[in-house]
Design a protein around this ligand. Sequence first.
Ligand code: FES
Length: 335
Amino acid sequence: MHRITLDPGGSAFDAGEETILNAALRQGVALPYGCRDGQCGACKAQVLAGEIEYPEGAKTTALSDTEARRGYCLCCQARARSDLILRIPEAGGGAAPEVRTLPARVARLERLSHDVMGIWLQLPSSERLVFRAGQYIEILMRDGRQRAYSLANAPHDDEFLQLHVRHYPGGVFAEYAFHALKARELLRIRGPYGSFCMREDSGRPAVFVAGGTGFAPIKAVLEHAFAKGVPQPLRLYWGVRATRDLYSPLPRQWAAEHANFSWEPVLSEPLAEDHWGGCRGLVHETLAARHPDLSTYDIYTCGPPVMTKSVADVAIRHGAPAERIYSDAFEFAAK
Ligand code: FES
C-alpha cells in the first residue's frame, strides 16, 4: 500500500494495485474524473513527489508528451509505485456537488439543427440538482447502459436541465432521442460529474474552443460567467462542418450584449450554398493562427478527443501552461 496525499488540501488515501482514481473513490475522496478511459483528461494530476506507473494496456490519449515530461499523470490509468504527493487542479473551489440519481421528465424536445436535438428535462418540484456550470449528467437507460451528456444550462437557470444530443447512426441514446423519445416521458438521470468548470477568479483572459455539440458545456460556462459579470476577455472558437451545424444563435447575441465576449465560427467543410467567406479549416489551426502567444490565457476546450488533444497541443506549443488547459473530451459512443 502507498499513501497518496493531495496538494492543496492535504487529504490522503491509500492505494495498492488499483488505479489512483479507483483507490480515491473507494475511500470516499472526490477526485475529478470524466471518462475513466484515458480520453478526457479530467483526472489529470501533477506528481509533485513519488513515482507512478501505467499498467500494460493503459490508455493515456489525453496526456500530451509535454505534460508527461512535466510530471502530469492520468489518475484513472496510473498506479502508485511509491507514496505520492499529487497536485490536482481544483474544480472551481469548494466541495464537489453531491451525485444524485433522480427522475427527470422531458419537458420539451426541439430540433436545433439537422442532427442536434435539444432536450429540456424537469425534475420533480421538490428536487433540485446542485451542479457547476460545465458539468455533465448520465442518462440511465432501461437496459442498464448509461450515456453521458453535458448540461448546457448554467446553475442560475435551472428550471430545466438542457441537453444537446447529436444524432449519429447506432448511437444508443441518440437514436432513441431522435426517433422514440416523447415529451412528458420520464427518464432517470445521475450526476453531476466532471470538472470542466471555469476558473473565473484567475482573472486571465479565457479562450474557449468547441467542436460540434462541445458547445453545450461551454454555453453553460459562458452564461455563468455573464451572470457573474466576470470582466476578463472571453473568446470563443466554434468548429463545425458547415453553417447548418452552427445550431445556436447565442454566440452572435452574446457578442452584441457583452463587450468582453467575441467569437469566430470555423467551418471545416462548408457547403456550396453556405457561400462561406469566414474562417475555414480545423478549429485548432485557427487557434494557432490567431494566437501566437497563449501564455497569459486559460484555455477551455470541449469536443471529440482528437480535437481537444490537438487544441491542447497547439496551446502548449504557443506557451500555455498545461495546468491552464481544461478539456472535456467525449466520444460519440460515450456522450
Ligand atoms: S477520467 Fe481519466 S482521462 Fe478521463
